[in-house]
Design a binder for this molecule. Structure first.
Ligand code: ZN
Length: 463
């Protein structure tokens, strides 16, 4: 006996029934009701039924509040006033719609997020409130090299809602020994492009903003002010002082890490709670005194450890939990496998964070650190030595060009190495070969042996 019943149409299917959210039909069973609707709205049929006439398996149907699978399926009889609800399963496209709706609500997690972060949610120090805090917070990672690799991965995995990346480098083959977010296929590609893709693949819930630029006094305040925490993953002093000063001026925590050979350092510089980097080192070392990783080498796992310590501190800051590395410098020796901790004090004479601070805005950090802003030009000059200068140095080793690739292990990147040939062009290739391998203190004898004979020792035979 046909009855008048109401069929509720879910949002994705409403477009097939003239945008109605419910339709009244006269039907004796569920099957009758669907047939009646499908006759009038032909487009709906293929969304509800397979070719065989069976209800599609992702469509669940309820009569009142009961699933028809536990009644008499589509033969379930209807009584006057019954309601039929079509509930598509929450998988695929419809989930993302629901996620977006929930994401707009800043105070709750979606079902997908609850599952993803379940190991955090059962930690008393994180829980639902902490995880929501992480999702609503942001961190800027300055430098996406060795330290940036664990930082981007762990912060994205942990669900920090917005990550900013600053870098302008491309992936080099020599990076892969420690910068583990990049693969061999990425060589030559911009680091930020690759890093962003990796993060989004790992956790689509993280919003990634890329700042493909050198951080400078002109752009630092504008970039840093949009983030809750700043992470220093740089490898040079001008940027390190720039990040420190900008963080002090903006009142942001600066999570510091540095690496050299087998040793790493980490701390949290936060002027409101403790010392800043300038309290520790008021002045940068003279240029050239402290070698960079390219000059001194770095043990590949070291940035993984130090970067992970930085990621830990970032998450603790965002959660407001745990004892931070504020006022403490953690020193890690990978070769001895030892951690030491040094007390850091706020310097009352600090020029940035002290009571009588003189630095009220960003300065020229290249000048401050005594290095040329135009690093390219500086490097070119650094790879050249005059015959007069070479005379003053003692030649200790001679390796013929042809045997250089086999004997390169006899050379140390810490030593100054001079390459020469007759006029200086073949040896220039050898200079570039060694530079590719990470040697930085290599120089080409300008003008070659000919220049040496002409200007230093005319008694030598010219060939
Ligand atoms: Zn200070």
């Amino acid at each position: 006996m046909p009855q008048i019943v109401k069929v509720y149409i879910p949002t994705p299917l409403q477009q097939y029934v003239g945008n109605q959210d419910a339709i009244e039909v006269r039907a004796a069973t569920v099957r009758d009701a669907f047939d009646a609707i499908a006759t009038e709205h032909a487009a709906l049929r293929r969304h509800l039924f397979e070719d065989s006439g069976m209800l599609r398996n992702f469509v669940n149907v309820y009569v009142n509040d009961e699933d028809i699978r536990y009644l008499q399926k589509d033969a379930t009889p209807l009584r006057p006033g019954d309601t039929i609800s079509i509930i598509p399963s929450i998988a695929g496209g419809s989930v993302s719609v629901m996620q977006r709706v929930a994401r707009a609500r800043k105070d709750q997690l979606t079902m997908e997020e609850i599952k993803r972060y379940s190991r955090h949610l059962i930690l008393p120090e994180v829980g639902m409130a902490g995880q929501i805090k992480l999702r609503n917070s942001s961190a800027l990672i300055v430098g996406t090299g060795g330290l940036g690799a664990p930082l981007t991965q762990y912060l994205a995995a942990a669900g920090v809602g917005r990550l900013g990346l600053v870098d302008f480098d491309v992936v080099d083959l020599s990076n892969l020994q420690r910068q583990v977010i990049y693969t061999t296929n990425d060589v030559g590609k911009p680091k930020l492009e690759v890093a962003k893709r990796r993060i989004e693949a790992m956790n689509p819930g993280v919003e990634v903003t890329t700042h493909e630029a050198k951080l400078t006094s002109e752009n630092a305040m504008e970039i840093l002010r949009n983030y809750d925490v700043v992470v220093d993953g740089t490898d040079n002093f001008p940027t390190r002082y720039l990040v420190n000063d900008a963080c002090v001026l903006l009142g942001k925590p600066n999570v510091y890490g540095s690496i050299f050979r087998w040793e790493g350092q980490a701390s949290v510089f936060w002027a409101e709670k403790g010392p800043c980097y300038r309290c520790l080192y008021a002045e940068p070392p003279p240029p050239g005194l402290v070698p960079s990783c390219a000059e001194g080498g770095v043990f590949g796992v070291l940035p993984g450890i130090v970067g992970s310590i930085q990621a830990t501190e970032v998450l603790k800051i965002l959660l407001g939990k745990g004892d931070l590395l504020v006022g403490r410098l953690l020193v890690f020796d990978a070769k001895k496998m030892k951690f030491r901790e040094l007390k850091l004090r706020k310097d009352s004479n600090c020029r940035v964070c002290g009571p009588n601070a003189t630095v009220k805005e960003l300065i020229d950090y290249y000048e401050f650190c005594g290095v040329g802003q135009d690093r390219e030009a500086e490097l070119e000059e650094a790879y050249v030595i005059a015959p007069e200068a070479l005379k003053a140095q003692i030649e200790t080793k001679l390796i013929p060009l042809a045997t250089l690739p086999q004997r390169v292990n006899e050379l140390s990147t810490a030593d100054e190495i001079v390459l020469y040939c007759k006029v200086g062009n073949r040896s220039a290739y050898a200079v570039n070969f060694l530079r590719e391998l990470g040697f930085r203190k290599v120089k080409n004898l300008d003008g070659g042996i000919d220049a040496w004979i002409e200007r230093i020792d005319p008694s030598l035979p010219s060939y």
